[in-house]
Design a protein around this ligand. Structure first.
Ligand code: UT7
Length: 320
């Protein structure tokens, strides 16, 4: 079988226009700008309009990624949406995105790994491409976490935001592209970060619940461990990395991981201050921000990581 490497042909993002600041938050719950900034680094987050769905955010990001890649919808033969906030229980949001993009060929499905969802989707698309089963894949992380927040719970509602990011992964990369992905999960931690509703158990959508300090306790070690394992498997020393694009949950976690692996702070891409935690959308949102401002350039070595509900976690290494 021919082995292809998947190249990041394009990237694009979308953020809803409405911004909620920490001051807006303190009008809702007993919190303060000072507490939120000090404990998380977050200053603001974007919130989708009532009639703006996860699929709409995904479509906007996809259009931007396609334009960046110089490809049309006719070139796409695989769509994977990573989301924990689908438009509906079914069909998959990816099929709704496919319909809204006017695509009637190929395959579309969702991947559900919460905050690690983008890495899971990237790994799946990469393997489809390497196996010769797809040529150009749209890999999307899209979320409307504002819909599943308990807006009376200050320990969670201040942390999350809405947004979407998409990458076009294409066959035919030689020196460039995804070098390796490394995925992990351990369901024994499923009670630390979950949504307390669902079609089978409660017949409701439910709200996000998190024991934040417990999640925090696991995050740095698990994330750093998977990055080290990945770097070892790829035979690439962490010191060779040009840019570190972490999942944007908390500035203290980003910095903790970077410190543990001796990654200089100048190499860390951080958008958590502007976006909050956008779950599966956060890695492509951060990646795109650094492409747009000229930090990440073609040929740079980029290391991504995430940890989320489940727990699921992992890392991905790419030559952009
Ligand atoms: O993306 C998926 C993965 N998720 C994460 O990685 C999130 C990981 N966790 C975190 O980022 C942090 O644990 C949080 C930001 C959620 C919380 O920070 P923390 O330093 O772990 O604080 P804590 O939960 O231990 O709470 C400390 C205090 C508590 O008060 P007492 O019991 O000490 O009196 C909380 O009630 O802070 C209080 N608190 C708040 N105060 C003001 C919790 N939330 C707030 C708030 N405003 N919004």
């Amino acid at each position: 079988m021919t082995q292809h490497r998947s190249r990041i042909a394009g990237i694009g993002t979308y953020l809803p226009t409405r911004i909620m600041t920490n001051a807006d938050m303190s009008a809702l719950v007993d919190t303060s700008d000072e507490w939120i900034r000090e404990r998380t680094g977050i200053a603001q987050r974007h919130i989708a309009a009532d009639d703006e769905y996860t699929s709409d955010l995904a479509v906007e990001a996809s259009r931007a990624a396609l334009a960046h890649a110089g490809l049309g919808t006719e070139n796409i033969d695989l769509i994977i949406v990573a989301t924990a906030t689908p438009d509906l229980t079914f069909p998959a949001t990816a099929t709704i995105v496919q319909h809204k993009l006017g695509i009637h060929h190929g395959a579309a499905f969702d991947v559900h790994a919460v905050c690690s969802g983008f890495l899971y989707a990237l790994a799946v698309a990469d393997n489809f491409i390497k196996a010769g089963q797809a040529t150009n894949a749209l890999v999307i992380g899209a979320e409307t976490f504002s819909r599943i927040l308990d807006w009376t719970d200050r320990t969670t509602c201040v942390l999350f935001g809405d947004g979407a990011g998409a990458m076009v992964l294409s066959a035919g990369g030689e020196g460039e592209g995804l070098i390796k992905t490394h995925l992990r999960s351990d369901g024994q931690f499923c009670d630390l970060l979950y949504v307390d509703g669902g079609p089978s158990r409660t017949k409701t959508v439910g709200h996000l619940r998190m024991q934040g300090n417990q999640v925090f306790r696991h995050a740095v070690g698990k994330i750093a461990g998977s990055m080290e394992e990945l770097a070892g498997m790829a035979g690439v020393p962490i010191s060779d990395i040009d840019w570190f694009v972490p999942h944007q949950a908390n500035q203290r976690i980003l910095e903790g991981v970077a410190k543990k692996l001796a990654i200089p702070v100048e190499k860390v891409i951080s958008t958590v201050g502007r976006h909050g935690n956008t779950s599966a959308a956060s890695i492509p949102l951060a990646f795109d921000a650094a492409v747009q401002d000229g930090r990440i350039k073609r040929g740079d070595l980029v290391l991504m990581e995430a940890l989320g509900g489940g727990f699921t976690w992992g890392a991905a290494l790419a030559r952009y």
